[in-house]
Design a protein. Structure first.
Lengths: 91, 333
């Protein structure tokens, strides 16, 4: 008989749904922007250059705190994932 | 019309413009000048090329007349176009033989608007427009150049008072009367307006890009800065009452328009800078928001992962293991 753990079922279901949804929305948005900015007319060229200039003007110092926290949280998440594997092996 | 195509080198009666924008003196003191890369102007002046007058003769009558007027000639005095062409040619030779510094002195004295790198021909055109008979402030070499351009024969070593007298004599009675009438009118108008400020120091126009510049149109179009220093009295004396007032009104209007255009340009620049600044702020705010959302998501993931870890640990160590221990002894039995 298949051993159904409700908590695991809930966790895995939510993870799959959330991941698929986020991936689809992100790809749709990115594709829309690519189509919009790849125009050949004069104004799209100017908008593209303007965006590139603004991206180059971005300074790490403005966001360094949030970026470092995000990196640390990712590392913690990976550690927790690793620990899950260790505990499952110990069974 | 012409059997053979004209040799462009034959047309270069005036010395070329050097790197500094100033051609070498037409009669250098000693030998060939190092600055002039081409043959000496004296040789070019003396050698009359048959192709140059032929090319001028190809011009239509009205164009030839306009060109003659620019060189200070009266086209009606010449019976045939060939005579006019010869006269123009003679004028060009005269311009080529004059000292540039002397011509600049005359232009500065007459307060004509010329760019600093104007050619001799452009300077001569402006000098022919000067009708003033007040020679105060004009150097001796400028006086000689002016006399030659006005067709007054000056002997070598002649004193300045004699030259001035000859120049004034060459004016003509009616021309002098008209000039004096305009001068009186100019002083009346100047007193009415109340313009008693002394003329400011002469300034050249900005240099024209390219060799020689396009000519009178450029100097006329940008006449405002250079000729601004002339008083209305002098302008009326030179151009008449309506001509003087019209040129003054035109200069004032040009100054006003330039001022307004500068203001508009500076406002547009300020607006563009403000737009740039606001876009940069908006960009920073958006990125900060996105990072905050990402941070919250990661925190939620880490919390859920921690709870899951605790749940797994408890399940494995306290729920599953005692169950395995209980089933093992029954299997042994």
């Amino acid at each position: 008989m298949w051993d159904l753990d409700p908590f695991q079922f809930f966790r895995l279901t939510v993870a799959w749904i959330a991941t698929i949804y986020a991936t689809v929305i992100t790809l749709q948005s990115a594709w829309g922007w690519v189509l919009y900015l790849s125009g050949g007319d004069k104004y799209m060229t100017m908008v593209r250059r303007y965006l590139i200039i603004h991206a180059l003007r971005l300074r790490f110092k403005t966001f360094w705190g949030d970026v470092i926290i995000c990196i640390l949280l990712c590392m913690v998440f990976l550690l927790l994932w690793r620990l899950h594997g260790v505990i499952a092996q110990g069974v | 019309m012409s059997a053979n195509p004209p040799d462009p080198n034959d047309l270069k009666l005036l010395p070329p413009v050097g790197e500094a924008g100033r051609p070498p003196a037409p009669n250098p003191a000693g030998g060939a000048s190092e600055a002039s890369p081409t043959p000496t102007p004296a040789a070019a002046v003396i050698a009359i090329s048959p192709s140059a007058p032929r090319q001028l003769a190809d011009l239509p009558k009205d164009e030839l007349a306009t060109l003659a007027e620019e060189f200070g000639l009266e086209p009606r005095r010449y019976k045939t176009p060939q005579d006019l062409v010869s006269a123009i040619h003679g004028r060009r030779q005269l311009i080529a033989s004059l000292d540039r510094d002397a011509m600049v002195d005359v232009v500065r004295w007459g307060r004509r608007p010329v760019p600093i790198n104007a050619t001799n021909e452009q300077l001569a055109h402006e000098i022919w427009r000067i009708k003033s008979m007040r020679f105060d402030g004009l150097s001796e070499r400028g006086l000689i150049a002016l006399s030659r351009l006005r067709g007054v024969e000056i002997a070598a070593g002649e004193p300045i008072p004699a030259m001035v007298k000859k120049l004034k004599k060459s004016e003509g009675f009616f021309a002098r009367m008209n000039r004096k009438r305009r001068a009186v009118l100019g002083s009346i108008v100047s007193n009415m307006i109340g313009e008693n400020d002394p003329a400011a120091e002469y300034q050249f126009l900005p240099p024209v890009e390219g060799r020689g510049g396009p000519g009178p149109t450029t100097t006329t179009a940008s006449a405002a800065p250079g000729a601004r220093d002339r008083s209305i009295k002098e302008e009326i004396e030179e151009s008449g009452l309506f001509g003087g007032i019209a040129s003054r009104v035109k200069k004032t209007a040009d100054q006003y328009i330039n001022q307004k255009l500068d203001e508009i340009e500076s406002r547009i620049d300020r607006k563009l800078d403000e737009i740039d600044r606001r876009l940069a702020e908006w960009r920073d705010k958006e990125i900060a928001n996105r990072l905050r959302i990402l941070k919250i998501t990661l925190w939620a993931s880490v919390i859920v992962a921690s709870l899951s870890l605790i749940y797994s640990y408890v399940k494995v160590n306290f729920y599953d293991k005692p169950g395995n221990a209980a089933t093992m002894p029954t299997a042994k039995k």
